[in-house]
Design a protein around this ligand. Structure first.
Ligand code: MEV
Length: 315
């Protein structure tokens, strides 16, 4: 039996980094997906094949001995093998349309799709159980992950999330389009989160004030999402970007792109960890083409996306 599951990429509309410290964030999943196919094998080997490379390990190997970006998938496979006393192995294939390492939640979407696909070979997990397994797996490579990215990839749509209360769907009729610019400058989320921690250690009061400002902004954005006020949401993005600049996750390339994006869109900001990766600009049908044209350059990859409302999808 083959088990095929897909999960979407995400953007953080508001609140990255603050969410690591228990504050709220607003995220949405987007129409770019990863698809994972898995099957049981007789041989006791776990094998993973993806564009990031390949790995094959005996099912009995300890997780601690594995040093690979593909570790989360081995973790999920091993956990299922042990829990369901499977004497063989698992073959996992990852096919992705999500650029990796640039803030679009590629690794979280892969963990969600893998948790869904592999668990489905043994049992029928609820979305909540799949999400918990995906977050556990993600933490094998990034222990401070807030869980926000995996949550939106599992449930889809626009959500408000915080670590303590989990997620709440935001229902809106808004026709949200986003232009994404991938600077192709790779970043390590773990590294940028550590840098922010160093900033906080030296600037506790500033960070706590910024957290408060961010929370006030998110409250207002919630109302604007309900009323469909794109202009306000764009201005709020510009404001959020100022906070991200203050905690040190921006740089000249990103700032120049954002200044440019703000000329033709409703507003723009970094999405994800920052210091590289992607920026997002909020647009509608009236300014999408102009913004795409404005931001396209030979140094980057520029495309438009829409909200994905499905989340995790089992075939
Ligand atoms: C990464 O997409 C977003 C961060 O807030 C980290 C996290 O939430 O785990 C920087």
């Amino acid at each position: 039996m083959k088990s095929i599951v897909s999960a979407p990429a995400k953007v953080i509309l508001f609140g990255e980094h603050f969410v690591v410290y228990g504050k709220k964030a607003i995220l949405c999943s987007i129409n770019k997906r990863v698809t994972i196919t898995s099957s049981k094998t007789d041989e006791a080997i776990i094998s993973v094949k993806s564009s990031l490379g390949e790995i094959s390990v005996p099912s009995s190997d300890s997780i601690d001995e594995i040093n690979s970006p593909l570790l989360p998938f081995i973790y999920i496979a091993k956990k299922m093998i042990n829990e369901f006393h499977h004497s063989g192995g698992i073959k996992i294939t990852i096919e992705s349309e999500i650029p990796s390492g640039v803030g679009l939640g590629s690794s979280s979407a892969c963990c969600v799709a893998a948790a869904g696909s592999i668990s489905n070979l043994f049992t029928k997990y609820s979305k909540e159980e799949i999400l918990n397994l995906a977050i556990e797996a993600e933490k094998t490579i990034f222990k401070d992950a807030s869980g926000a990215d995996s949550t939106v990839s599992t449930y889809g749509g626009i959500i408000e999330y915080d670590k303590k209360s989990g997620f709440r769907k935001i229902n809106t009729n808004i026709d949200l389009h986003l232009v994404i610019v991938n600077t192709k400058i790779p970043h390590s989320t773990k590294h940028v989160v550590t840098k922010v921690k160093e900033f906080i250690d030296k600037n506790e009061k500033t960070f706590s004030d910024l957290c408060e400002e961010e929370m006030k902004l998110i409250e207002k954005v919630n109302l604007a999402l309900k009323s469909g006020d794109l202009k306000f949401i764009g201005e709020a993005m510009i404001q959020n970007q100022k906070y991200l600049d203050q905690i040190g996750v921006s740089n000249k390339i990103l700032r120049d792109l954002i200044d440019n994006a703000n000329k033709t869109s409703f507003g723009s900001k970094i999405t994800g960890a920052g210091n590289g990766g992607c920026i997002i600009a909020i647009v509608d049908k009236s300014n999408i083409e102009k913004t795409l044209k404005n931001l396209q350059s030979k140094n980057n990859e520029c495309f438009s996306v829409q909200i994905d409302s499905k989340g995790l999808d089992t075939f």
